[in-house]
Write a protein that binds this ligand. Structure first.
Ligand code: ATP
Ligand code: MG
Length: 263
């Protein structure tokens, strides 16, 4: 598999977070632009950890929504400190405006796109078809199922044009069929543009690994307070990335079992 890792797209440097106790301790990781000849290959990274370990807090730090006690997150080709709003977020509870229809929510996401109303309508119609939302565009979010709401929420972030999209627990509350659909959709988004970078935060080891090129395990080290990155898994080097049938491979199942033990 020919590929190279080029520019730095996200540099997480020495993040720690303390509330009444230490939640995150010296979290460091880097995301590089992956280049594959002849393809638009975006990046899919997952941060895996058990419930309560500090994933959502790290999510908020990566998105610029809260300031860590120490450390810094730098993003983009120019590596500037992250600012709230420039990273798309699909929160754990899918934030949508309840008094607006699905279509109005999506139009709102495109308000700075410079397109005419007609163009926006066409783009929304095209994506709605791909995301299986055509029949729901005129509904209010309250009338959608969890899976439908999540797809609207993901589509909303795609339409803003943000290259970085963070997803907090994108597989929770969905049935197996829906999970496969979401995975398909996320893979599609990751190959729409070279710089598209999806960061998935999850306790679901198998699904997170199945879609990622790189995974980081967030866990506590023995006798140390706070969670940190305890393991980095380069699925490309292991020959376990970019393969929709990956779950069938024995090496993949072995890796999943091994990581489940470590979180
Ligand atoms: N504002 C806050 N003040 C104090 N402690 C907090 C605050 N927000 C979160 N915490 C604590 O930080 C820890 C990590 O919480 P976080 O929501 O990041 O966990 P998580 O890994 O996302 O869990 P889950 O998988 O259940 O979503 C928890 O112990 C939580 O109680
Ligand atoms: Mg959480």
């Amino acid at each position: 598999m020919t590929y190279s890792k080029q520019e730095l797209l996200m540099d997480v440097q020495g993040i720690s977070l303390t509330y009444d106790q230490l939640i995150l301790r010296d979290v460091n990781f880097r995301i590089h632009n992956i280049v594959r000849p002849g393809l638009n290959q975006g990046q899919v990274i997952s941060l895996i950890g058990r419930s309560g370990i500090g994933k959502t807090q790290l999510f908020k730090i990566l998105a610029g929504l809260i300031t860590p006690t120490h450390g810094e997150v730098r993003i983009g080709i120019a590596q500037h400190p992250v600012v709230a709003g420039e990273v798309g977020v699909v929160a754990q509870n899918y934030l949508l405006f309840h008094h607006r229809t699905v279509e109005e929510n999506l139009r709102l996401a495109m308000r700075q796109s410079g397109q005419t109303d007609k163009e926006k309508g066409e783009i929304i119609a095209t994506y709605a078809e791909q995301f299986d939302l055509t029949a729901h565009l005129r509904k209010y979010p309250m009338l959608l199922s969890g899976g439908q709401r999540q797809r609207v929420s993901i589509l909303q972030q795609v339409l803003t044009g943000n290259r970085y999209i963070l997803l907090d627990e994108p597989f929770s509350g969905l049935d197996a069929l829906m999970i496969d659909r979401v995975i398909e959709l996320l893979i599609k988004i990751s190959t729409l543009h070279e710089l598209n970078t999806l960061i998935i935060i999850s306790h679901d080891v198998e699904n997170a690994l199945a879609i990622s090129d790189t995974a980081f395990v967030l866990a506590c080290e023995k006798d140390q307070p706070g969670a940190t990155i305890t393991e980095t898994i380069d699925l490309i080097e292991l020959g376990l990335a970019w393969n929709p049938a990956i779950r069938e491979k024995a090496e993949f199942q072995h890796l999943v079992a091994q990581i489940k033990h470590k979180i």
